[in-house]
Design a protein around this ligand. Structure first.
Ligand SMILES: Nc1nc2c(ncn2[C@@H]2O[C@H](COP(=O)(O)OP(=O)(O)OP(=O)(O)O)[C@@H](O)[C@H]2O)c(=O)[nH]1
Ligand SMILES: [Mg+2]
Length: 369
């Protein structure tokens, strides 16, 4: 996993090459995505982070166990699986409380992380710009501070060499204070970036050009579409969360008008709250946009659930009421035509292949109108 901690000592989590076991827990609740689907996605996230997956375990429960989240019988089963598969990491597809994380690490004798930590790790690896890096560090620091509650399991993931302690002060209090201080520095720096952005935005408004934001589930093809429409070469990659930094490009429409189009970080089901909070500066492009282009990977078996997940993130960004053009992408991978009722349901909507350039004229016409 992440090697970014090199040279940035204190706050980032430290991971080594890993063989991971994945654990999914199904607790019946309305709107819950199927456990198999969620675990499949967790596996892709683990691969993106550079971890190999050596096994999976699923438990169905009516409610979480307070101590371990899973039942104590399952803990034993997991222990045996760790021994037989030589796993050195367990990734839970749920949000673990700090004490559950600690109890599990103690019982299993290997490192335990949850979905949030995994996604944070991927973000840390993919952040390129100063803004992206600051936001990732803020998300990680906020996560760490939320975990600095008791015993020292998290401590081992913080860089050592913490300097001299004040008289009578425990290491924990010291660390918590130190991370909090860093959080406030990071917030100040990000605030500066927000101000720069808002200046740029003012300038943009004077140009009277409309701004559209590409939103959508991660890997749906947003960057590919941005490239196709603006004839540029933004990084598009078959990995989750390839894009972390917003990039704005000009699109020349058939009616001779120019539209500004911005790429954004992809969304995902169960997006950690810390990330949305930390990426506020970047995601402001979405709330500032005149309208949204919602890119859907129509070839994904669970694209309907992905649409729902995107809408719930848009709600969190107070942007669900904006005009939305739904773009069903990757139709080249469909065996048959996209059902017309789908286009009707999400009207205005188009079916395209950003990769092969199919349907782009129709989309351009919609953008111009
Ligand atoms: N077959 C096919 N593949 C596509 C199409 N559009 C995009 N892809 C592929 O899908 C993968 C993801 O594309 P990106 O454009 O990076 O997706 P994104 O939405 O920007 O993803 P993140 O930035 O990771 O959230 C890449 O491997 C693309 O080549 C399409 O129309 N057809
Ligand atoms: Mg992208």
């Amino acid at each position: 996993m992440s090697k970014v901690q090199q040279g940035r000592k204190d706050y980032l989590m430290i991971f080594e090459p890993e063989s991971a076991l994945l654990v999914g827990v199904e607790i019946p609740s309305p709107g819950q995505i199927p456990i198999e689907e969620s675990l499949e996605e967790l596996k892709r996230l683990a691969h993106t982070a550079g971890t190999s997956v050596v096994g999976e375990l699923i438990q169905k429960r009516s409610k979480p166990d307070q101590k371990y989240f899973i039942g104590s019988g399952k803990v034993e089963e997991l222990k045996a699986l760790i021994a037989s598969s030589n796993a050195n990491l367990v990734i839970f597809d749920i949000f673990l409380s700090p004490s559950q994380d600690r109890n599990l690490e103690e019982a299993l004798g290997v490192k335990v992380i949850d979905r949030t930590e995994l996604i944070l790790d991927i973000f840390a690896q993919h952040a390129k710009s100063r803004e992206g890096k600051l936001q990732v560090e803020l998300a990680q620091s906020s996560f760490i501070v939320s975990r600095l509650t008791g015993h020292g399991s998290m401590m081992s993931r913080l860089g050592g060499g913490v300097g001299t302690r004040g008289p009578g002060e425990t290491k924990l209090e010291y660390d918590r204070r130190k991370v909090r201080k860093r959080i406030s520095e990071l917030k100040k720096e990000i605030e500066k970036i927000r101000e720069e952005r808002s200046l740029r935005r003012e300038k943009r408004k004077k140009s009277h050009l409309k701004l559209a934001a590409l939103v959508g589930y991660t890997n749906s093809g947003k960057s590919t579409l941005l490239n196709a429409l603006s004839k540029s070469d933004v990084l598009a990659y078959d990995k989750l969360f390839a894009t972390l930094d917003p990039t704005i490009r000009r699109v020349h429409l058939p009616n001779k008008k120019v539209l500004l189009l911005t790429d954004t970080v992809g969304f995902i089901a169960k997006l950690p709250h810390q990330l949305i909070a930390a990426f506020r500066a970047t995601l402001e492009e979405v709330s500032e946009a005149d309208f949204l282009l919602h890119v859907v990977d129509a070839s994904h078996p669970y694209f309907r659930d992905q649409i729902t997940a995107v809408y719930s993130v848009l709600e969190e960004l107070n942007s669900a009421a904006k005009p939305i053009i739904t773009v069903f992408n990757k139709i080249d991978r469909l065996g048959k035509k996209l059902p017309p009722e789908l286009l009707e349901k999400y009207k205005p909507a188009v079916a395209i292949s950003a990769y092969y350039g199919t349907g782009l004229e129709e989309l351009m016409d919609l953008l111009g109108g």
